[in-house]
Design a protein around this ligand. Sequence first.
Ligand code: GDP
Ligand code: MG
Length: 440
Amino acid sequence: QLTTGLESAWNKLRGVDVLTKENISEPMRDIRRALLEADVSLPVVRRFVSSVSEKALGADTIRGVRPEQQLVKIVHDELVQLMGGEVSDLVFTKSGPTVILLAGLQGVGKTTVCAKLAFYLKKLGKSCMLVAADVYRPAAIDQLTILGKQVGVPVYSEGTEAKPPQITKNAMEEAKSKNIDAIVVDTAGRLQIDKAMMDELKEVKKAVNPTEVLLVVDAMTGQEAAALVTTFNIEIGITGAILTKLDGDSRGGAALSVKEVSGRPIKFVGRGERLEDLELFYPDRMAQRVLGMGDVLSFVEKAQEVMRQEEAVELQKKIMSAKFDFNDFLKQSQNVAKMGSMSRVIGMIPGMNKVTPAQIREAEKRLAFVESMINAMTAEEREKPELLAESRERRIRVAEESGKTEQEVSQLVAQLFQMRAQMQKLMGMVQGQEAIAGMG
Ligand code: GDP
Ligand code: MG
């Protein structure tokens, strides 16, 4: 699979000192082949490879990082980006029931996903109702009813006579009157994309204006996934996708295409037939799966570790020369928030496992707050915080542009200088101790 292809690609780079057009050409060909073998569609592969090559050639060499490690990291990061970068959870409406409409071909797992989503929503503490809008086979309604019982959520059905748009609209009214938080609408699929199916989905969509339109895609779809997602997105407009049957021996290529061709993220993956076999989609985990878990992954970690160290050294230099500015401030706030959310995902970063979800939320909130003000500063102001300290006019402008108060901007500026002072004091102490130790 992908792993073997990529591993041989990395091996070719052992022993070179720097990434060049010549020495990456063979590994890039291997990467291209490996992705195609993993059923990623050709246009997606082309864009991916050209973007990775460009980044690899433009990358500064980093002390302590082997070129092949650096290439792994670039491929890893590009894969993560390609799949949307971040986790993207369900969106809920502020008032009224959230409507989640499922679409997709026959047999991909829509009805199963309905039940799994109901189970997921229940865990979130949200009430939910399933809607039987697949009216062409009585068995489909029975299947949903049984699943609903299993999860312990009501199933709304009007039998096989009514029309899906009307059923869904009625279901929404009922959910509203019963204060139900969300409804999940099961629709009919066909073996192939056809006009009748699309028209029906469009009508259902028009009738209830869903918060989420999720395209359910079978991971085995492979190469065709790109075209399938494109068509559904153009025809009905999707807000995301769910990739099912990832427990099978699919090569996962579909995962790489969804975001790239539709601009919409994969939100969940299905890994089995049980209710609990639905998980949020983590692009970084998927990238790791694609890259393989052995040697290659430890390369990535090593490279990331060294890059963090390099950054830390940079930061230290800045602190010592009293140049800690708003760019550094922002980077530091981002790292704190990132470390927080990473610890939530991984739960095992040494020294980070005591971070509570409340603390993470706090760090993220703080980051958004700080970011908006720093974004309103000019490049010069970010590099020379003195400008803001000296000019009330500038502070007022930043406040206005970021929608904050003048006082909040003043506090931020004051905080930066405080941090500078504290850091220098700390550095002074360290240097003092070193000097004392050196006298020995
Ligand atoms: P629908 O036609 O889109 O509604 O598909 P169904 O929900 O009826 O599922 C079709 C078949 O796929 C059923 O036998 C499911 O048990 C199975 N299925 C659904 N999701 C998964 C999954 O994530 N993994 C596996 N192995 N099977 C699944
Ligand atoms: Mg079904």
